[in-house]
Design a protein around this ligand. Structure first.
Ligand SMILES: *Cc1c(COP(=O)(O)O)cnc(C)c1O
Length: 335
């Protein structure tokens, strides 16, 4: 199965009524820091608080005839997207998650009327549960990243960025299972092949990076991170997102928890945006000097705002954060 720009254009038409066309905002501070015009694509403004609604909605609209229940495994945001899509289409939703899912995300999913199931300590455990469920008639599983309609849906972000910023030089994309990066890179490079595309993720549990280095999908251990939405593997039977990321991303850059912590503070104190750790990996890499010689203008996707407020407040106050055995030492912003 080969996806093309036409699939992304189709997706855009399909989801237009349910998904917000989000603004691309300039960041004065990041423009100063990077020496290039620097823009933020505000997916935090989706009704579910994250971009995943785009792919989930597109896949739900294309579910097989006779589907009455949508299911998925999720680190939280995809589940909320699927729950939202199910409600729009008058279907049931059953969302399978691991114990790593933050309470806020669970609450958001339940508020949409979906059933939630917590199974095991990793995305793999949640996936196995959801796969079993999808054997029942009328139940349709929507992968968070390895589905053509999901990838095409996420790709609509790329279309919007290029409409607003046709001379885009570099695109910084948060990377986990790679549905977002695959779709956005497909759209962007179809329009202008010379755009430099960087995938960014945390250094602990970087499944796509390890897989591309190995030449095939590999498993990595999943650990708690400030970028909790970037957790989980890419699936050993990956059909689409692995090959697309391998072929379309120019590089993958890793950031550590301390860099994510600082970047969350930066986005809040300099630009006043509340955003998840997963969103700031591009900003983190830039501030850490890991993206030398950036070709401007630069855009990054601020992918979601579904933060655990207790943890978020601690970070803004400069306090320590304990991540399941790993200590991220606190520092006051500007100190
Ligand atoms: C899912 C998610 C990502 C990563 O998307 P992939 O398609 O899995 O690579 C990034 N940020 C947020 C907030 C997410 O929910």
């Amino acid at each position: 199965m080969q996806l093309s720009l036409a699939d992304v254009l189709e997706a855009r038409k399909a989801i237009a009524g349910d998904v917000v066309r989000t603004p691309l905002l300039p960041s004065r501070f990041m423009s100063q820091q990077s020496g290039q015009s620097f823009f933020l694509k505000m997916e935090t403004m989706q009704p579910t608080g994250a971009f995943k609604l785009r792919g989930a909605m597109n896949a739900a609209l294309n579910a097989p005839k006779g589907t009455n229940t949508l299911t998925c495994c999720s680190t939280g945001n995809h589940g909320r997207g699927v729950a939202f899509a199910a409600r729009q289409l008058g279907m049931k939703a059953v969302i399978c998650m691991s114990s790593l899912v933050p309470q806020t995300k669970l609450d958001g999913i339940r508020a949409l009327g979906a059933e939630t199931r917590i199974v095991g300590n990793s995305q793999d455990d949640a996936l196995a549960d959801c796969r079993a469920l999808a054997q029942s008639p009328g139940v349709f599983e929507i992968s968070p990243f390895d589905d053509p309609y999901v990838i095409a849906g996420q790709g609509t972000i790329g279309l919007e960025i290029l409409e607003d910023l046709p001379n885009l030089g570099t695109l910084l994309i948060p990377l986990s299972g790679g549905g977002l990066a695959a779709g956005v890179a497909l759209a962007a490079k179809s329009i202008n092949p010379s755009i430099h595309i960087v995938g960014l993720t945390m250094d602990r549990g970087a499944a796509m990076k390890a897989s591309i280095d190995a030449g095939h999908p590999v498993e990595v251990q999943e650990v708690a991170s400030l970028a909790d939405s970037l957790g989980g593997g890419i699936g050993l039977e990956n059909r689409l997102s692995f090959a697309m990321c391998r072929d379309l991303l120019d590089e993958i850059v890793l950031v550590n928890e301390e860099e994510i912590y600082r970047a969350m503070q930066t986005l809040y104190y300099e630009d006043s945006h509340v955003a998840e750790g997963a969103c700031v990996v591009g900003i983190a890499a830039c501030l850490a000097g890991k993206l030398p010689g950036l070709k401007g203008p630069v855009a990054t996707i601020i992918t979601g705002r579904n933060v655990d407020m207790t943890q978020f407040t601690k970070i803004m106050m400069g306090q320590d954060v304990h991540l399941d055995g790993y200590l991220v030492k606190g520092t006051r912003y500007g100190a």
